[in-house]
Design a protein around this ligand. Structure first.
Ligand code: GTP
Ligand code: MG
Length: 370
C-alpha cells in the first residue's frame, strides 16, 4: 500500500491535522502532521476516527466486493419510502406503529402471530410504505455516523396534550442533519386537553412551519387510539415520497443494511435487513459486516417465508455465520469464496484494530501515571 502524510489524510477526512495526530497517539503511533504514515496505519486511524477506508489496491477482496456493488447499475425504478417514527417519550410512537400494523398488515394464514421485527412494510391505497421501529435505534445512529442514509422520511410524533419536549427537538435536529424531510403527526387529539394549534406554534420556534401557517411542513392531526387521521398520515407520507422521487435498482444482486439482529436458540443468527438495492433471494451468498453465509430462509414481518425481497423491503435473514451488528451493510456476491474472504479480512482488520486500541489504552494509562 501507499504511504500518506498526516496532513494529507486529515484533509481527505475533512479533519484538523491535530485531531488525526491525537487519534494516532491514542493508537500508540507518534507522528507530527508533516510525517508520513504507512497504508495500514492510515486505514486503522481512519476507521478509528469513524470513517470507512476504501482501499485503492485492485487485488483486495474488499475492492472485488465494491466492484460487485458498482456492477448493479441497471435500470432504476420507483421504490417505496422508508419512514422512521421519532418523538418524545410517551407521545405515542409505538401506539401509532401498532395501529398502522394492526390495520394494514395482512397477516399470514398459518399462525398469524406477528413477531417483533424492527421494521415492516404496509400496503396503502397509494402504495407500499416501510416503517422502521424503535426510533433512534442503533442502526439509525450508526448509519448516521457513517453519513449513509437509511430513512427517507421522519414522522415526528408530538402529543397534542403535552407539546414540544426535549426529545422532540432532538428528533428535529436528527432529521435536519440527516437532510431527511419531516412530517409532524400531532397525536392524541382524542384527549380533551389536546391543543394542536399550540403544538404548531411551539414548532415555529424550531423553524418547523405548518402548511396552514404558510410553511412547507405537512402536519397531520391524529389519534393512535381511535385511528382518526391515520389515513391522512399515510396520504401525507405518500405525497412526500412522490416529491422525493425515490428510486432503486430493483433487479440484480442485493445490498442493504442490518436493522437489528439476534441469536435465536433454534434458528441461529437472525438479521433483519433492509434491502436498498437489487433483489435478495433465498439461496444467495452474502457478506454482512464481518459475517457471511448463504440465505437459508427469508421471513417477512408476519413470520411468513418469502422467496425474495426488493428495495425498501425489510426481511429477516437466516443462514449467516454469526450475528452482525445493527448498521452493518450487506452485499450479495456470486460465490461463497468471495463472501468468506471479505468477511475474514474484515474480521482480521477488526481484531487488529482492537489490539491497537488495547495498546493505545495501555499507553494512555502509562501517560496518566506520568
Ligand atoms: P416510548 O416508547 O416510551 O418513548 O413511548 P411511545 O412514544 O412509544 O408512546 P406509547 O405509544 O407507548 O404511548 C404512551 C401512552 O400514551 C400509552 O399509554 C398510550 O396508550 C397513550 N396513547 C398513545 N397514543 C394515544 C392517543 O392517540 N390517544 C390517547 N388518549 N392516548 C394515547
Ligand atoms: Mg414506544
Amino acid at each position: 500500500g501507499e504511504a500518506i502524510t498526516v496532513a494529507d489524510l486529515a484533509q481527505k477526512l475533512a479533519l484538523k491535522g491535530g485531531d488525526v495526530v491525537k487519534a494516532l497517539f491514542k493508537m500508540g503511533v507518534m507522528a507530527t502532521i508533516t510525517q508520513t504514515i504507512d497504508h495500514d496505519t492510515a486505514v486503522l486511524v481512519t476507521e478509528e476516527l469513524g470513517h470507512t477506508a476504501v482501499r485503492a489496491d485492485a487485488d483486495d477482496a474488499e475492492s472485488e466486493l465494491l466492484a460487485h456493488v458498482e456492477d448493479v447499475q441497471g435500470e432504476t425504478s420507483p421504490r417505496p419510502p422508508v419512514v422512521t417514527i421519532m418523538g418524545h417519550v410517551d407521545h405515542g410512537k409505538t401506539s401509532l406503529l401498532d395501529y398502522i400494523r394492526r390495520t394494514r398488515i395482512a397477516t399470514g394464514e398459518a399462525g398469524g402471530i406477528t413477531q417483533h421485527i424492527g421494521a415492516y412494510h404496509v400496503d396503502t391505497p397509494k402504495g407500499v410504505i416501510s416503517f422502521l421501529d424503535t426510533p433512534g435505534h442503533a442502526a439509525f445512529t450508526s448509519m448516521r455516523a457513517r453519513g449513509a442514509k437509511l430513512t427517507d422520511i421522519v414522522v415526528l410524533v408530538v402529543a397534542a396534550d403535552d407539546g414540544v419536549m426535549p426529545q422532540t427537538v432532538e428528533a428535529i435536529q436528527h432529521a435536519r442533519s440527516a437532510k431527511v424531510p419531516l412530517i409532524v403527526a400531532i397525536n392524541k387529539i382524542d384527549k380533551s386537553e389536546a391543543d394542536p394549534s399550540r403544538i404548531k406554534n411551539e414548532l415555529l420556534a424550531h423553524d418547523i412551519v405548518a402548511e396552514d401557517f404558510g410553511g412547507d411542513t405537512q402536519m397531520v392531526e391524529l389519534s393512535a387510539k381511535t385511528g382518526d387521521g391515520i389515513d391522512d398520515l399515510l396520504d401525507a407520507i405518500s405525497l412526500q415520497a412522490e416529491v422525493l422521487e425515490l428510486k432503486a435498482v430493483a433487479e440484480g444482486r442485493a445490498s442493504g443494511t442490518v436493522i437489528e439482529s439476534s441469536l435465536d436458540k433454534g434458528r441461529g443468527p437472525v438479521a433483519t435487513v433492509l434491502v436498498q438495492q437489487g433483489q435478495l433471494n433465498k439461496g444467495d451468498f452474502l457478506v454482512c459486516g464481518v459475517e457471511y453465509g448463504r440465505v437459508r430462509a427469508l421471513f417477512d414481518e408476519t413470520g411468513s417465508q418469502v422467496p425474495s425481497a426488493g428495495p425498501s423491503i425489510p426481511v429477516q435473514v437466516l443462514g449467516l455465520s454469526g450475528v452482525p451488528d445493527a448498521g452493518d451493510d450487506f452485499v450479495v456476491v456470486d460465490d461463497e469464496r468471495l463472501a468468506r474472504e471479505v468477511a475474514q479480512q474484515r474480521e482480521a482488520k477488526r481484531r487488529e484494530l482492537r489490539l491497537v486500541q488495547a495498546a493505545g489504552n495501555r499507553m494512555e494509562d502509562i501517560m496518566a501515571q506520568m
